[in-house]
Ligand binder design. Sequence first.
Ligand code: FAD
Length: 304
Amino acid sequence: MDTTRIYQKFKEHIDEQRLLINAPMKEHTSFKLGGAAKLLVLPETKEELVHAISVCKEHQLKWYIMGKGSNLIVKEKGYDGVIIKIGDYYNKISVRDELITAQAGALMSSVAAKAMRHALSGAEFASGIPGTVGGAVVMNAGAYGGEMSQITYKVKALDSFVTEVEISGGELNFGYRDSIFHHHPYVILEVYLKLVKGNQKVIRDKMKELSHRRNSKQPLDYPSAGSIFKRPHGNYAGKLIEEAGLKGLSIGGARVSPLHAGFIINEGSATSQDVLDLIAIIQSTVHDKFDILLETEVKIIGDE
Ligand SMILES: Cc1cc2nc3c(=O)[nH]c(=O)nc-3n(C[C@H](O)[C@H](O)[C@H](O)COP(=O)(O)OP(=O)(O)OC[C@H]3O[C@@H](n4cnc5c(N)ncnc54)[C@H](O)[C@@H]3O)c2cc1C
């Protein structure tokens, strides 16, 4: 990619402080590992986001949209293209009656906190999910019996022609950690969540209780991407990994969490390759023992 020439194009509409050349993705993902993006764009407004995508399309650049990078591994060799990170600046939230409107980069924790302040119930389950509302809709993120499909009223998105479209919740084809966005190249701009009126204290207590449960069950002191694998039908990835004797196994700086075997943690010096090697060992061991193929929930991008 001819970064210098293309860089000028991005600069026409985006402040250069939010255009990072050769950006180490370990500084932009929750796992704190991975190689560099040739160019990392941090849009602040819809216009900047549209401009960034339009430049990528016009110049046929390889590009990828990310939220906060809490479900993302970038390979060691990095990404020879443009990564557009929505989760740092594009994050306004507003409330009207029982409807919350959030720009795609708003954090789920901020959305849930705002809902609580307005005594709106329904988003408590998501208060500890460390990504953006856009990423949460894409992943149909869920916890403790709640998931985004239950509260997503509609989204505004850009289609493959960079035209704005509205998609209702019912058309988003939500499934387990799945949505229309895994199958069609939309970019989510705004998410509308429909909540219900509740009691502020009850909502706050629920969020506290869930946070307590999360803190005691998950290795939150270490960088990770949460659950590495999807839950296999009728079973739990963590349980299978533990029963296969892999809890605590490490490669380089990556380890199967001794607290929760469904998590791989970065003990400080892990590379993406360490994590990918650990994933491969887990998949083959669990397959050999139980004839179950664990599918990754985490998204893996980057060059070979
Ligand atoms: C400690 C920890 C705990 C976690 N707990 C949970 C949990 O309880 N439940 C759960 O479901 N997940 C959990 N996760 C995983 C993760 O937080 C969720 O998947 C989250 O919704 C991802 O959001 P993100 O903004 O970080 O998305 P990213 O990781 O940046 O991206 C995820 C996917 O969404 C796409 N994407 C992001 N934004 C957009 C957009 N605006 N338009 C189009 N595509 C987009 C990306 O291309 C990618 O395919 C956890 C992760 C960690 C680190």
